[in-house]
Design a protein around this ligand. Sequence first.
Ligand code: PMP
Ligand code: GLN
Length: 384
Amino acid sequence: MRRFGPTVFAEMSALALRTGAVNLGQGFPDADGPASLLEDAVAAIRSGHNQYPPGVGVPALLEAVAEHQERFHGLRLDPGSQVLVTAGATEAIAASVLALCEPGDEVVVLEPAYDSYPAVIALAGAVQRSVPLLPGPDGFTLDRSRLEAAFGDRTRLVLLNTPHNPTGTVLGAEDLAAVAALAVRHDAVVVSDEVYEHLVFDGGTHTPVAALPGMAERTLTISSAGKTFSVTGWKVGWVTGPAPLVAAVRTVKQFLTYVNAGPFQPAVAAALGLPDEFYAGLAADLQRRRDLLLEGLRSAGFAVAAPAGTYFVVADPRPLGFADGTDLCRRLPELAGVVGVPVAAFCTPGGVAAQAVEPLVRFTFCKSDAVLHEACDRLQALRR
Ligand code: PMP
Ligand code: GLN
């Protein structure tokens, strides 16, 4: 693990703290989630839900996750055997990869990739096969010929992420079908990280790969409460899928954390049942803030395409004369009093994706209007 230093998010949040810059780096909301959720957690603590919960998660949450998957995605699950609660999506991803990969097995990953993916692939002794998402004027596109070439005899898993961090891409039907066909052909399991499932904009939709024909039996779907309910510090996640795969993940999970988040689990269970207006309002509100940041970035001189989902905008600073996003992120607090995250930090150094995204910077818009306005005002300094 020596090649994995402190995460880019920790590094950039520390830089923001040190310099007093506006932190649009690490993706965490600056407002609390629904009041009922917070009250339910307080009530759970006060009423004694403070010891180890069951290893798979509290029954109310298992049922709520199963209901959620059916309500939003038409996926029918047995809460008793097809749902496992985890310490955030991060543990669900780690336990899935550790459970299903032997040393030398290959994992197909879209790159740029969330930073925990290469780390857990390394922990499993598995080998990452990256498929670039390539930036263009209208956003990122999956390189389908490279997708096909990434699969081979040793492919064990596809670690998918849609809506995608950091690019904001929501994979469309053709991309999903291509991934599904290759997974079937190579008898691979798909581990699908869908933590941004409810953060999709402009009337778009998120389709879980598990909903495609023939995919439910070979897909583990992962999500968490952090993004949907703006409680990233609670670390309540879950993984759903075929019972034998979920059982394998559970075996690993019980030796990673055993259990977590006892009093938060019943609160999240209740929140998953919030009415449709809550979910629609969440996306609409974030879309408005996305547009606010897009406008600010454009007027500051960045080239940006609107992301279809997530918390993140990827900005190209080349019109402003900056060609290296990593260097720009280190200097941005001093140049403009703002922090972003270099997209190259999500890529294998020297790889196709790393080269393609070298200039690019990710900014988050999951912040209050006041913070976003302040950041946009400050970024105007780059023009001068
Ligand atoms: N996957 C992706 C794509 C993420 O962006 C994040 C966190 N921001 C996670 C997983 C981790 O989620 P959690 O905090 O629930 O562990
Ligand atoms: N997922 C968040 C992001 O991408 C950060 C999570 C973390 O700090 N590990 O910004």
